[in-house]
Design a protein around this ligand. Structure first.
Ligand code: ATP
Ligand code: MG
Length: 183
């Protein structure tokens, strides 16, 4: 079984901008800059043959490139937040690309849960903090709410293997799929 997910790799300019945001937030553990990504479809643990079939389905896709734009920061988890992220603008081209990749995975036989896609880049994950730390984090997120990055063209999507280790997750790219760069 292989744990994998499909994501957009981020251009260096976006990565640097996000590293600055991480620095400005009181994060117990920031996601390492090289690990920052925008998940499109989390495939989870798949048998090798099914992952191979899914890869073939991705190879057959002809998708347009997308203009990736980040706007604002947010917390997931409500009263007990467990992660902070930079939100991506949910523009139609990005939503369409996400839908087509999810559909291709389903047709290949992956049992994906029906779940609304909320495009974002996770900057830090943590256990729900005690009230004082939580307030500090919420204030910092509000302070940086005007954060913007891009739009920047993204012309490929990536299949990553995820290995969970005691030191955190490691991501290795298994395949890269070009998207047409418009025009
Ligand atoms: P860790 O779980 O150790 O905090 P991680 O979340 O980065 O690390 P994975 O759990 O392998 O590593 O997840 C890989 C990517 O897929 C991450 O962007 C994660 O947010 C996303 N992801 C994980 N599980 C799901 C899920 N059930 N639905 C949607 N996205 C998911
Ligand atoms: Mg996880």
């Amino acid at each position: 079984m292989i744990r994998s997910f499909v994501a957009l790799d981020l251009p260096d300019t976006v990565r640097s901008a996000l590293a600055v945001q991480q620095f400005l937030l009181p994060l117990p553990r920031a996601v390492p800059v090289e690990n920052l990504h925008l998940t499109l479809v989390f495939l989870g643990e798949l048998p090798d043959a099914l992952l191979e079939a899914t890869h073939e389905a991705f190879c057959a896709l002809r998708l347009p490139g997308v203009a990736l734009e980040l706007s604002g920061l947010g917390l997931f988890g409500g009263d007990r937040p467990t992660s902070v992220h930079a939100a991506a603008v949910a523009c139609d081209p990005l939503l369409r690309v996400q839908r087509k990749i999810a559909t291709a995975a389903r047709r290949a036989g992956v049992d994906l849960p029906a779940r609304r896609f909320v495009p974002h880049v996770t900057l830090g994950r943590f256990r729900p903090p005690p009230p004082e730390d939580r307030m500090r984090l919420e204030r910092a997120v509000a302070m940086q709410g005007g954060f913007r990055s891009g739009p920047v063209p993204v012309t490929e999507f990536v299949l990553y293997r995820s290995t969970l280790t005691r030191q955190g997750s490691r991501y290795d790219d298994l395949a890269r799929y070009p998207m047409a760069s418009g025009g």
